[in-house]
Design a protein around this ligand. Structure first.
Ligand code: KG4
Ligand code: ZN
Length: 339
């Protein structure tokens, strides 16, 4: 008999993803179909296009995940179907949710609604040694920038978050302004290698107070610099912008580690794929004498394996969602308020 697995589905934004993961977190398959080509010419994700693409891609992506894991649709050896039910684009979420319900009902297994953010928190557990608690996770994506104190699975405390733009949003907006295309993060990351991070000193907003972030002033500073500097050099702007983002993120993450008495620093979310952030976080953790847990780049950006990992935790806790589970575009991470 094949080892039981959870099938997870993720369609909250512009990636259609499915994965099969076993209870000991072996990834049997993880398929991610990106819609980047469909959205790139619009400079960002178009919700209607994303929803329609999920309708077309969900079935082939799930089939590919089952086949790659050596499972058949008639007898897949699935314990439960986990699906992202928020936060995200409502139309996109609904496609994954409807498919997941149909599959769970057909196979006679529980349905598990998973918070996308909790998925990102579990990504680091998939590929590395189990991360010790308490730890601090810096969750940086297109929609969120959060410092989360993790006491244990499901026990989260919000230590800080952005008061305006998310880190990924800042990358995407600056990249769009510089004409680097969408998504902006990888484009700036790459271009920054050719530039001087000290060429321009962009502001580090709120660097010295608290654990909250602000990125909209930085974006404005970049635009103003380019407008005022006739001979601006794109690579230097990219590298200097990135240096400002990384500096603030890592400074605050290390402050959070100290305040929370954390035993490890974990990175998650699409921006955690950034090479400068990864290097700076690893260095910060080394200096603090704690471990830095970095998921591989493909586990940082949206995928379904991380949803399966969170799904196993919820499944083991005896949870199951009702068939009436709805899409929750603004779903918040459930916090336990522990000190
Ligand atoms: O987690 P994710 O795939 O989707 C959301 O849940 O938002 O994150 C997407 C974000 C985008 O803003 C993208 O530009 C950014 O992550 N990103 C990066 C890199 N790769 C993706 N930002 C900086 N450097 C990267 N290498
Ligand atoms: Zn995400």
């Amino acid at each position: 008999m094949s080892e039981p697995a959870i099938l997870a589905i993720e369609t909250s934004c512009d990636e259609t993803a499915a994965a099969l993961v076993t209870e000991r977190y072996a990834i049997l398959s993880s398929v991610v179909s990106s819609q980047i080509d469909l959205h790139a010419r619009f400079g960002g994700v178009v919700p209607e296009i994303a929803g329609r693409a999920h309708v077309e891609l969900l079935e082939p992506v799930v089939s590919e995940a089952l086949t790659a894991a050596g499972r058949s649709p008639t007898d897949p050896g699935i314990e439960a179907v986990a699906v992202t039910n928020g936060p995200g684009l409502v139309g996109s979420l609904l496609v994954g949710l409807s498919g997941a319900k149909a599959m769970a009902a057909t196979w006679g297994v529980p349905l598990l609604g998973i918070n996308h953010l909790e998925g990102h928190l579990f990504a680091a557990q998939l590929e590395v040694e189990p991360v010790e608690h308490p730890h601090v996770t810096l969750l940086v994506s297109g929609g969120h920038t959060m410092l989360i104190g993790v006491h244990g699975p499901g026990r989260y405390r919000l230590l800080g978050s952005t008061i305006d733009d998310a880190a990924g949003e800042a990358y995407d907006k600056v990249a769009r302004y510089l004409g680097l295309g969408y998504p902006g993060g990888p484009a700036i990351d790459q271009l920054a290698h050719e530039g001087d991070p000290e060429a321009i000193h962009f502001p580090r907003a709120m660097a010295h107070d608290g654990l909250d972030f602000s990125f909209s002033g930085l974006k404005t500073a970049v635009i103003r610099y380019v407008q005022r500097t006739p001979d601006w050099v794109a690579a230097d702007v990219a590298a200097s912008f990135q240096a400002a983002v990384v500096d603030v993120l890592v400074t605050k993450a290390m402050r959070a580690v100290e305040l929370f008495d954390a035993r490890a620093l974990v990175l998650g979310g699409g921006v955690a794929a950034n090479s400068a952030l990864r290097a700076a976080a690893a260095l910060g953790a080394e200096e603090a004498g704690i471990r830095c847990a970095l998921p591989s780049r493909s586990m940082c950006t949206d995928n379904a394996a991380m949803i399966a990992a969170a799904g196993w935790y919820r499944f083991r806790s005896g949870e199951a969602s009702s068939w009436g589970l709805g899409a929750e575009p603004s779903l918040a991470l459930e916090l336990d308020g522990a000190p």
